[in-house]
Write a protein that binds this ligand. Sequence first.
Ligand code: FMN
Length: 245
Amino acid sequence: MRFENRLVLSAMAGINNAEFCKWQKASLVILGGFNADEKAMEAAERVANRGRKEFIFEDPLEGIEKEIRTLGRKKFAINVRSATMEGYLEAANIAESYGGIFEINAHCRQPELVSVGCGEWLLFNHERLLEIVTAVSKIVTTFVKIRGGRGIDYETLSDKIFSAGANAIHVDAMIPKGGCDFDLIARISKYGFVIGNNSFVDIRSGEKMIEAGAKMVSAARAVLKDNKFFNRMLKSKILSQPVEL
Ligand SMILES: Cc1cc2nc3c(=O)[nH]c(=O)nc-3n(C[C@H](O)[C@H](O)[C@H](O)COP(=O)(O)O)c2cc1C
């Protein structure tokens, strides 16, 4: 799979719908985070009830498919949380049927979602995460979104994620006190295709992630601040280069 530039729009629950993603100049846009089954959706409703944005659909899978259809043909991934294997598999089949990529969310730290086995829970339950990666990657091109700064052995985990069949790891290389852990990006990039994320706010910070070993770089908050963020980043020779997954 070829990407026209190194730029990725990172998932933002309640924000990254087709309408928001459509206009972004990143070669890959990540729709969602979406909730693929009822348990995850109920947890997301509890999150929304305390004021955070979430995508709440009456029928989770129908809602996901509608966003994909509205987006049209642009290269896309869907970022997905699910409390059940069935949820992952059904959503993976939908992504595949539209030529998309599936991103397993092992990142979200909202307690309501973690308590039903979604998001960051998977970072601490590797067997389950690897079981999901193995099953999903048989269906569709698979990314795993992980979060740094959680004191786990990221190298061993990354090795296992790639060995289980994932095509890429998307790492939010957050440092708990703020900023991006370029060393973490360098360490896990030894194992496979990595998308670097966190505090990509200008050309220099994006190029630094590529220099550390990431093949692509993603942004979320910078796009909220400036809807034309990716247009500006494309002025970089490095960030505007195509790349093959
Ligand atoms: C409002 C908001 C919602 C987010 N929702 C999700 C999500 O649903 N799934 C996910 O994997 N990451 C989510 N993230 C995390 C971002 O994708 C990204 O990893 C994080 O913000 C760090 O990157 P940044 O410094 O470019 O913002 C969210 C971030 C924001 C600001």
